[in-house]
Structures are given as structure tokens and as C-alpha cells.
Design a protein around this ligand. Structure first.
Ligand code: FEO
Ligand code: CA
Ligand code: CA
Ligand code: CA
Length: 632
């Protein structure tokens, strides 16, 4: 077993396990209200019968799993604690592309198990720490756009650097391993491969030229020494979850962008004397995570104090045009974006649901002013609209609060750059770290994974808002997470009002018999912690990916490695489909055009996965059915 302590470096800092707490009836009462066994499903459906069925072991045989009503066309699998991937009987998998694999022939063999990739080749290979991804049909070619969220310098750099770059070339190498890869893929099941040298292949990294639109573009907030017009930012940072537009472009979501900035003005571990407004709420200041600021002035906030305002946005990329300039859409707000889930209002306006993944931050919705239908112009759809923030009430209603100069007292550019402060001003609900949002394709409703929150009910958020338990965040010191779902009034994603319930509250029923056991659809046979990635398939099944504690002990005993489950959102049932190698999180998923192959992201694996020797390599894997049938 290799040293997997290197791998405990996800940007998503989850809770370490806690001591079991005694039963507490107060929690049960709070939680009963939130998961509402009566709920808006109008019965015991979501948390009653499905869970009871699950507990009997009915799903333990293939024929039973395929029984009418469960919706699961596979036999659920057990947890695992090893350095391998497991999928159900009748399915197979293989790595499609690993960190360091060539996208162009010239980089063939660029990766060495001992030394990784050279600086020269670092822009010609697949990036590290894969995350959100989407597959596009480009004139019949299958093209995947996929994020590389961050790097592990202890693995990327020569061992004697001890995880810190020592010159500008090494910084450039780390920058090259992150961002977005656009790559053509071809084949079927076991034969799927990246098409090397495809004219559609592209790497977008921390130095790629971008542009901006929306109310913040060209304002003083985003002017820098090298871009006095404030229109031409470089690079997209910490690309976490994904989204896709209805018109076939990719949305990459900038999450923990703050960590790349630092200052050389004072000692590295101190904050500079004066920080611009908002830096503390966004966690900017002090020492950069990868010492970029030492070798690249753009990341030194004492020299370029506005550079951090140019990151933390949703960025649109055209996968069909490798020469296109990515666009940062400032109308959608600046925060630690997880993903972007696009749908439409009843009258055809564009809706984008977005989470801000930090303890005690908010959930957002953007609504365009213009409408769109197939074949129409997309101009202005992501630059001219209104940003809303979610307020959840304990009575299972909620509303979207508009963030405007009138409601916030802030200028429009200011409230978009500082969306968090604008949300606080209007009284948005502090959440348990909103990760992915997914819109049900067969029903007017959406889901958000609230991954966990060790501060809930204990500490305020970074901006000083109190974070009491309540609404869809019903547990103090919530280390298991939950998934909230909402249904907009009048079945219209444009409505201001909605009703909500919890689809699932994760927990451990073998350790607790209170709220920390989870909702009724959580059983010893399907339990998990820290839901994160969520992707609906075309039939309305919800694929749930976890990024949580994989130590398999204490509160997490019996939960094993991070995993991917499938949820039937009608019955509430949840079944485990995949387990990842020890140390990893599972994040990002898309399907081939024929739905016969699924592509799944394995981020920060441990050991020497998947090669069995040398450095661990984050990878996108392909999963298919042995009988060649479509799934998803
Ligand atoms: Fe990059 Fe919140 O996950
Ligand atoms: Ca992660
Ligand atoms: Ca996470
Ligand atoms: Ca995530």
C-alpha cells in the first residue's frame, strides 16, 4: 500500500469522524419536520414503503432488483475498502484517460510512474483531479469537456520539492495540469478511447485567454495592470462541477479560486495590511496554496489586488470550436461555484441553478430576461438577467429573493462581485455546503446535495451570519449530509415560490438510532456520507456521488470508500452502483450518445490506482453493460 496520506488533500475539507453522541429526541423532532413523512409527495411514499422494501433484502437478487417499481436495473453492491473499483454483476469498467495520458501523439509516453510529466509536455496531456464533465455531439463526433479541479504538487513535482514549486516553470506545470480538457472520444464499451490528435482536442488552463460579459465586465472591479480595460481575464481556476447549456456549450464552474492567491508584500503567513472589501468573506489573503504568487505576479494580491475579482464565475466554452474564446458570465454571480444546472421557465427564459460550496453559504438561481427556443440567438441569455438567492422556511415553503440594487442597496457590479454579501443582506438561508444541483428531466423539480457542515449550529459562517439548524439543514454538526429537493410553484422554474423536502438525509443506522441514523430510505445496505456529485439520467434516475469520510470507522463504520448510488426519486429508494478506490472521491458523470457507456470521474485516488505501481492517477473511467444494452 502506498502512502495515501498524500491523497488526503481534497479542497473539500470534510469532517473527521466524531464521537458517537447519545440519543436526542430534540433532533428527531427537528428532523421529522424536515424530511416530512407526509411531505409534498402526499403520503408515506418517499420515506416509508421504499425503505421498508429495501430493508428486507428484496434488492439482493437480480430478478428482484429488476422487479417492477424499483427502477433499478442492476444488483446493488456492497461497500468496499480496497484500492479497486467495483460495479454490479453484468457491468464492466476500464480507465478511459488518466492524468498524464497523451491528448496528442507528441506526448505519447510523457508520463513516468516515477517522475510524472515534464514541464514541456504538461500542456499536452490529460489534467489532474478530474471533476465535472459533459459529452457533446459535434457533427456526429463525441466530445467530452471535463474539468481538472486542482493539483497535488507532492505527486506532480519532483520529490525533493516537497510539494512546493521552486521556479516559474514548475508553477506553469501546475497551472497546465488544471482547467478544462476538451477531447474527442470514440468506440463502444471496452473499445472507447480518446482520439489523439483530434482537431477538437483542447487544453484550457490557468493561462488561457478568456473574455467577460455581463454587468461586471469592464468595471473597476476587474481592471488590472495587464488588462486596464477589465475585459480580458486569463485562465479559469479550480474548475469543479459542470453544466451544459441548452444550445450545446459547456459550463465550467470556478470553485475555490481564492486558494491560488497570495501576497509577497509581507511574510507569507501573514495577511497584507489592507485587503479589498470582500476578501475575507471569500477567503482571499495570506499565503497561496501553490506559491503561484512567488513566481507569477498575477497571483500576488499586493501587486494585482483586482485579479481575484476575475475568478469565481461560471465560464462558457464551445466544445465544437477549439479556437473560441471562453466567456466568464458575470451576471451569474461570483462565489465558490459548484456546478450549474440549466433549465427553462414556462415562458422560455433561461434558468441556471447554482450552489456556493462553503459552510453557511447560499443557493442561487439566475433567470434571463430573454427567452430562447431551438435555433434562436443566444445573445444576452447569460449576461442579461436577474440573480436570486434561496430562502427556506421551516414550514417547507421557500422563496427566491432577487439580488438587485433596490433589494441590497449595492450597485449592480458590486452585488455580483460580492454575491455572498448581497445574499446576507436579503436574508438568504445559510446552507450545509451546497454542492451539485440537478434538475429532474421528467418532472418540474430540482435537487441540491448539501454535503456536510461541521459548523452548523456551532459557528457562524465566514461572513458572520449565524447558522442555526433549521429548514433543509436540520442537524447540528452535520457530518453525513442530505439532499434537498424543491418544486417551484405552478410547475414553473420561473416562479418565486417553491415547496421543499429532503429526498434523503444520510446517516449511519448501525451507529445511531436518532437523526444521525438518517432518513428511512437509508439502511445498513445502502448507507453513505457526504453526497456531492448529482446527475440525472434521461429516465429521471438520480445518480449520487460521494466525497466524504472513507476511513470506515467510528461514525463512518460500514460505509467504506466513496461511492456512487442511484436514487429512485419517486419511491425514495437508493441503491449502491459503484465503489471507488480507497482515498478517492467519485465526481462527474456523462454518457455516450447511445447511452451504452457511462463516463465517471475518479478524483484523488489513493495507493497507486489505477496502474498498480507508481503515482496514483486521477482518471475518467468508462462503464458498460456486458450485454451491450443502454443504461442511463
Ligand atoms: Fe469541488 Fe464543492 O466540490
Ligand atoms: Ca473534490
Ligand atoms: Ca465535496
Ligand atoms: Ca464537489
Amino acid at each position: 500500500m502506498a502512502d495515501h496520506s498524500l491523497m488526503d488533500m481534497s479542497w473539500d475539507d470534510f469532517d473527521e469522524h466524531r464521537d458517537p453522541r447519545p440519543d436526542n429526541n430534540e433532533f428527531d423532532a427537528i428532523v421529522d419536520r424536515a424530511i416530512s413523512r407526509r411531505g409534498f409527495l402526499g403520503g408515506a411514499l418517499a420515506f416509508g414503503s421504499g425503505a421498508a422494501v429495501f430493508g428486507t433484502g428484496l434488492l439482493s437478487s437480480t430478478s428482484a432488483a429488476r422487479a417492477e417499481g424499483t427502477g433499478f436495473d442492476f444488483t446493488p453492491i456492497d461497500t468496499a475498502t480496497d484500492f479497486d473499483i467495483h460495479v454490479p454483476e453484468g457491468f464492466q469498467w476500464k480507465p478511459l484517460v488518466r492524468w498524464g495520458d497523451a491528448l496528442w501523439s507528441e506526448a505519447e509516453g510523457a508520463f513516468s510512474a516515477d517522475t510524472g510529466v515534464s514541464v514541456d509536455m504538461s500542456s499536452k496531456v490529460f489534467g489532474e483531479n478530474t471533476d465535472g464533465m459533459e459529452l457533446f455531439d459535434v457533427d456526429g463526433k463525441q466530445v467530452i469537456a471535463v474539468n481538472s479541479e486542482y493539483v497535488n504538487p507532492k505527486i506532480n513535482l519532483p520529490a525533493d520539492r516537497e510539494g512546493t514549486p521552486k521556479n516559474a516553470d514548475e508553477v506553469r506545470m501546475l497551472q497546465n495540469f488544471q482547467g478544462v480538457t476538451v477531447m474527442e472520444v470514440a468506440g463502444s464499451g471496452a473499445s472507447f478511447e480518446v482520439v489523439k490528435d483530434s482537431p477538437l482536442n483542447r487544453r484550457i488552463d490557468h493561462n488561457t485567454q478568456m473574455t467577460m460579459d455581463g454587468p461586471v465586465a469592464g468595471t473597476d472591479f476587474v481592471k488590472t495592470n495587464t488588462d486596464p480595460e477589465g475585459m480580458s481575464p486569463k485562465g479559469t481556476l479550480n474548475n469543479c462541477g459542470s453544466g451544459r447549456t441548452l444550445w450545446g456549450t459547456y459550463l465550467t464552474c470556478e470553485e475555490n479560486f481564492n486558494g491560488y492567491f497570495g501576497t509577497t508584500e509581507v511574510a507569507q503567513d501573514q495577511k497584507p495590511v489592507e485587503l479589498p472589501e470582500g476578501f475575507s468573506r471569500y477567503g482571499i489573503g495570506g499565503k497561496g496554496r501553490y506559491a503561484y504568487e512567488v513566481f507569477d505576479e498575477r497571483f500576488d494580491i499586493s501587486k494585482e489586488p483586482n485579479e481575484p475579482h476575475r475568478h469565481g464565475w461560471i465560464v462558457e466554452i464551445d466544445p465544437a470550436n477549439p479556437d473560441s474564446t471562453p466567456v466568464k458570465h458575470t451576471a451569474l454571480g461570483r462565489f465558490k461555484h459548484e456546478n450549474a444546472a440549466m433549465t427553462q421557465t414556462a415562458d422560455g427564459r433561461i434558468v441556471v441553478y447554482m450552489g456556493d460550496d462553503e459552510r453557511g453559504e447560499f443557493m442561487y438561481k439566475y433567470v434571463s430576461n430573454g427567452t430562447w427556443a431551438e435555433g434562436q440567438s443566444t445573445d444576452g441569455l447569460l449576461s442579461d438577467g436577474t440573480l436570486y438567492v434561496a430562502k427556506f422556511n421551516d414550514d417547507m415553503t421557500g422563496e427566491w429573493l432577487a439580488l438587485t440594487p433596490e433589494t441590497t442597496g449595492m450597485e449592480i457590479a458590486d452585488l455580483l462581485v460580492h454575491a455572498r454579501m448581497a445574499g446576507s443582506k436579503v436574508g438568504a438561508t445559510t446552507m450545509d455546503r451546497p454542492e451539485w444541483i440537478a434538475v429532474n428531466p421528467v418532472k418540474v423539480e430540482a435537487y441540491c446535495a448539501l454535503t456536510n457542515n461541521k459548523n452548523r449550529g456551532v459557528k457562524p459562517n465566514a461572513g458572520g451570519d449565524e447558522t442555526p439548524v433549521g429548514g433543509p439543514n436540520p442537524r447540528e454538526t452535520n457530518h453525513y449530509g442530505q439532499i434537498v429537493r424543491w418544486r417551484p410553484e405552478r410547475e414553473d422554474h420561473g416562479a418565486a415560490a417553491f415547496t421543499w423536502d429532503l429526498y434523503v438525509m444520510a446517516g449511519n443506522p448501525t451507529v445511531y438510532d436518532n437523526a444521525y441514523a438518517g432518513s428511512d430510505n437509508v439502511t445498513p445496505g445502502n448507507m453513505f456520507n457526504s453526497p456531492d456529485g448529482m446527475i440525472f439520467d434521461s429516465k429521471g434516475m438520480l445518480w449520487i456521488q460521494t466525497d466524504g469520510n472513507y476511513k470506515n470507522e467510528g461514525d463512518f463504520e460500514g460505509q467504506g470508500n466513496n461511492q456512487m448510488l442511484v436514487g429512485n426519486t419517486e419511491t425514495g429508494e437508493i441503491a449502491r452502483f459503484m465503489t471507488g478506490p480507497y482515498g478517492c472521491e467519485i465526481t462527474g458523470m456523462c454518457w455516450s450518445l447511445d447511452k451504452k457507456t457511462a463516463f465517471v470521474g475518479i478524483q484523488h485516488p489513493g495507493g497507486s490506482w489505477p496502474d498498480g505501481a507508481g503515482k496514483p492517477r486521477s482518471s475518467v473511467i468508462a462503464v458498460w453493460r456486458e450485454d451491450g444494452a443502454a443504461f442511463g
